[in-house]
Design a protein around this ligand. Structure first.
Ligand SMILES: Cc1cc2nc3c(=O)[nH]c(=O)nc-3n(C[C@H](O)[C@H](O)[C@H](O)COP(=O)(O)O)c2cc1C
Length: 189
């Protein structure tokens, strides 16, 4: 992450938040929107990735000359000081669209050594398979991964599909602050 060069200016730590769900009323996406808002109170910038939907199916033959959408996705990952993921479990694993995005990022090494927090929003006792799948996939990327759990149900959403639970928002604020701290430590190393 680029610093301003002025000792009095704090470095700009931007977190990239990526939802593993394409669903319009996605709980995972709502959680990331709430995390972005809460983090802003601490002066942290969380950018919401919108590129997962637009990526074509990963094709190793296009890895060296990827399409524009894949180049944008790779650069967004590269530029981020840290990455926050919220990914639902589909059929005991990672949703295809999100796994596709991860595959596009392999060739560029965009997630190598990247501080990543995987946020599980499913209720206790669920989501173990996607957690395991993400652990393995992100291990292949060489990312530095921390898992955390903030269970969210549809009862925590308001009529517009946004998080309406102060306790959850406070927990999300802490999650992003901890990720930013890891990113800061990684950048200083
Ligand atoms: C195709 C499909 C497969 C699913 N498979 C699982 C599963 O294996 N295990 C599980 O706990 N939930 C499963 N679910 C439930 C989703 O994980 C759950 O609805 C989640 O909240 C969806 O996330 P979203 O609200 O962000 O879209 C599945 C949902 C869909 C649509």
């Amino acid at each position: 992450m680029a610093e301003t060069g002025h000792p009095a200016s704090p470095p700009r730590f931007e977190i990239l938040a990526i939802s593993g769900s394409l669903r319009r009323a996605s709980i995972n996406s709502a959680v990331l929107r709430a995390a972005a808002q809460a983090a802003a109170w601490d002066g942290l910038r969380v950018a919401l990735a919108d590129s997962v939907r637009s990526l074509p199916p990963f094709d190793p033959d296009r890895d060296t000359e990827p399409p524009a959408s894949a180049r944008r996705f790779r650069k967004a990952c590269e530029d981020a000081a840290g990455v926050l993921l919220a990914v639902p479990e589909y059929t005991f694993g990672i949703p295809g669209a999100f796994k596709n995005a991860l595959d596009w990022a392999v060739g560029s090494g965009s997630l190598y050594l990247k501080p990543i927090t995987v946020l599980k929003v499913s209720p206790p006792g669920r989501g173990a398979c996607v957690r395991e799948g993400l652990s393995l996939a992100l291990q292949a990327h060489g990312a530095h991964v921390v898992h955390c759990s903030v269970p969210v149900s549809r009862h925590d959403l308001d009529m517009h599909g946004e998080i309406d639970n102060a306790r959850i928002v406070a927990e999300l604020r802490t999650v992003v602050a901890e990720l930013a701290e890891r990113a800061r430590t990684a950048a200083a190393a």
